[in-house]
Design a protein around this ligand. Structure first.
Ligand SMILES: C=C(O[C@@H]1C=C(C(=O)O)C=C[C@H]1O)C(=O)O
Length: 101
């Protein structure tokens, strides 16, 4: 076997990793867009940011996503979306602080 031999499994691995990189690139764009939309909502609400958190709305978000992501299921999606939502609220609060300065 030469040093340049690439096992079929490795080809497959790099292909699948490339597919993951592609999905992650899309995910990053969607997460950035979601954070911007969440920031817009915070500016429209009477009480925005962490103080205006709406658990019922967050539950609805997860429930809707669970229909589209049955493999992940509602419990894992709730954990994922909690992090995503908190990240959006953090960005909104940082930007609000920057605007106030
Ligand atoms: C964006 C909102 O504010 C917060 C952030 C949410 C989100 O990122 O999906 C959902 C509910 C709220 O906790 C909203 O009330 O719709």
């Amino acid at each position: 076997m030469s040093d340049h031999y690439i096992a079929p499994r490795d080809v497959r691995l790099s292909e699948v990793r490339a597919a993951i990189d592609h999905v992650d690139a899309e995910l990053a764009v969607l997460l950035e867009r979601r954070a911007a939309l969440s920031g817009a909502v915070q500016r429209l609400k009477p009480v925005g940011g962490f103080a205006g958190r709406d658990p019922e709305r967050e539950r609805q978000v997860v429930e809707a996503m669970a229909h589209r992501a049955p493999r992940l299921g509602p419990d894992r999606l709730a954990r994922i979306m909690n992090v995503v939502i908190e990240a959006g609220l953090e960005v909104a609060e940082e930007e609000r602080g920057a605007r106030a300065r």
